[in-house]
Design a protein around this ligand. Structure first.
Ligand code: GLN
Length: 538
């Protein structure tokens, strides 16, 4: 058996196609099916590695080291599983493969064209995970909006796929926006009608419409959409604004969305086992406790740049029955306003990853505050690197200590370029990427969080802790709490005598899922809770 569910988007972007696709995939997974979830991103970049977080949000990293769109992270968080490079397709990847085949002589004599060569390659990439794995249902999200020039070859390939397969093996869902006009108090369906018209012009008739609206849909609106867009009335699904994205699978389950898709695909009725999910969502709605955590970063006005960290804190908080209130603080503001004022009332400090020197000095000042006042501190990648620089300057007295990323001439490069990175010139896909093993040290905070010795975490960096300084750091209390299996690379540092001060060279946030929070995030939020209750009782 092999069934394909396609999610396209209309009217505007940013309606949450990723959440819709992930919610549908989750419901089928919880009904006992093997599901594969794929994202098509029609941009020409080979991957998201070189893309600006301001435009596209966070760059997510898969276990096998692919730098992807943040939706892949969302899929992993929903499905509670690891995906791979095969789950992410861009125009760049498709053309790269086609051109390589052309150079290798695979099309000798032929004119290489969008149809059929490019569309064949798209179909091959879509089929690959299903042919190689055991997936029974493939859910494919097509990024962008119908009508974009970039999406055309992908939609054409999906149209062909629909005709290649038996009629009942594909199901097309179109996500649109229903604007509400305040002056007349009306919900307008015209943009949806136009967008469906656009999709039909490409040869795709949607089987269901998911309509985003700021309120519930009346029967008359559903009827109108059904009539004008030629879908069954039952297959018009309202998708109002909800408290969190984790409510969406429940909304869909309660509206029977998975069952109507199953019927369309000729599958038996099964009931998704969603009880555990429902329990957790109810905690999210009314947690018993609360913590305040400061995130000092560079892109704080666009928190999608740190989406996995934000979600990891939510997951950890939820499993501790705690609401995590995040204050996003610009690192540059710390330098101008002072850390003491900006961190007042915070129970913990988190410094996320980043590149370039903008804001680094502010991050260092914030870390000094956390180190000196016993405020729980969690440094991730650049966050660890800043903690090492701060410690070297203030405790070891190496006043000009720095990372060679920010000051190539520093006399004390306590953070230095990794040996294998020195000759690298290309920017895309060349960092130390993906999953690596690390060994945790007995007696460390991290070991007690993970409750095991061998861990596997994902990386994305070029610089590392310079172990030439390790002894001096350890003598003064900053310890290496985890290394690579050969003992060469410092993967975690911790501060002795501090309640919770942990810096990690990897990105634990990429492995936090709604159903299974990451042990370091849980440990950190717990420490923040303890800090909060001790400071409020004193
Ligand atoms: N810029 C630093 C490096 O390349 C940190 C990277 C990160 O935080 N992901 O090592």
């Amino acid at each position: 058996m092999r069934k394909v569910i396609v999610v396209t988007g209309g009217v505007i972007s940013g309606l949450g196609k990723g959440v819709v696709a992930a919610s549908i995939a989750l419901l089928f997974k919880l009904s006992g099916y093997h599901v594969n979830l794929q994202k098509i991103d029609p941009y020409v970049n080979l991957d998201a590695g070189t893309m600006n977080p301001y435009e596209h949000g966070e760059v997510f990293v898969t276990r096998d080291g692919k730098e992807t769109d943040l939706d892949i992270g969302r899929y992993e968080r929903f499905l509670d599983e690891s995906l791979s490079a095969a789950n992410y397709i861009t125009t760049g990847k498709v053309y790269w493969n086609v051109i390589r085949q052309e150079r290798a002589g695979a099309f000798l004599g032929q004119t290489v064209q969008v149809i059929p060569h490019v569309t064949n390659e798209i179909k091959r990439l879509i089929n690959l995970p299903m042919e190689e794995g055991d997936a029974e249902i493939g859910v494919i999200e097509v990024g962008g909006t119908v009508g974009d020039i970039e999406s055309l070859p992908f939609l054409e390939a999906l149209r062909q796929l629909k005709d290649d397969l038996p009629r009942q093996d594909t199901f097309f869902i179109h996500l649109t926006l229903l604007p509400h006009l305040a002056s007349t108090d009306e919900i307008k369906t015209k943009p949806t009608q136009h967008s469906v018209k656009e999709l039909r012009a490409i040869g795709i008739q949607p089987d269901a419409i998911v309509a985003r609206c700021d309120r519930a849909l009346s029967d008359s609106v559903k009827k109108k959409i059904a009539l004008f867009c030629d879908v069954r009335e039952d297959n018009v699904i309202g998708d109002p604004d909800l408290f969190t994205i984790y409510d969406v699978p429940l909304l869909f389950a309660d509206q029977g969305v998975d069952r109507l898709i199953a019927r369309g695909l000729g599958l038996n009725d099964r009931v998704a086992q969603i009880d555990r999910w429902r329990e957790l969502v109810s905690v999210l709605h009314s947690p018993q406790k609360k913590v305040h955590i400061a995130i000092v970063g560079k892109y704080v006005e666009l928190t999608d740049s740190y989406i996995s960290i934000k979600e990891a804190l939510i997951h950890a908080g939820m499993h501790l029955n705690t609401q995590v209130d995040i204050s996003w603080i610009s690192a540059e503001e710390i330098t101008s306003k002072g850390e003491a004022e900006l961190l007042r009332g915070m129970d913990g400090l988190l410094i996320p990853g980043g590149f370039g020197d903008r804001g680094v000095e502010g991050k260092i000042e914030a870390i000094k505050h956390a180190r000196e006042t016993g405020m729980p501190f969690f440094g991730i990648c650049l966050g660890l690197q800043c903690a090492a620089i701060e410690f070297a300057r203030d405790v070891l007295g190496l006043t000009q200590a720095n990372s060679s990323e920010f000051d190539p001439h520093t006399p004390d490069p306590v953070i230095d370029i990794m040996t294998e990175q020195t000759a690298v010139t290309d920017k895309g896909g060349t960092m130390r990427l993906g999953e690596y093993e690390a060994i945790l040290k007995e007696g460390s905070i991290s070991k007690s969080c993970y409750a095991k010795e061998h861990i596997y975490e994902r990386h994305r960096h070029r610089y590392e802790f310079n172990t030439a300084y390790r002894e001096r750091f350890e003598e003064e209390g900053m310890h290496v709490a985890a290394t690579s299996p050969d003992g060469r690379l410092a993967e975690i540092v911790e501060l002795a005598g501090h309640p919770w001060f942990v810096g990690v060279q990897f990105h634990p946030e990429f492995q936090s899922h709604f159903l299974s929070p990451h042990p370091l995030f849980t440990g950190f939020v717990k420490a923040c809770l303890e800090n909060g209750s001790s400071s409020s009782s004193s």
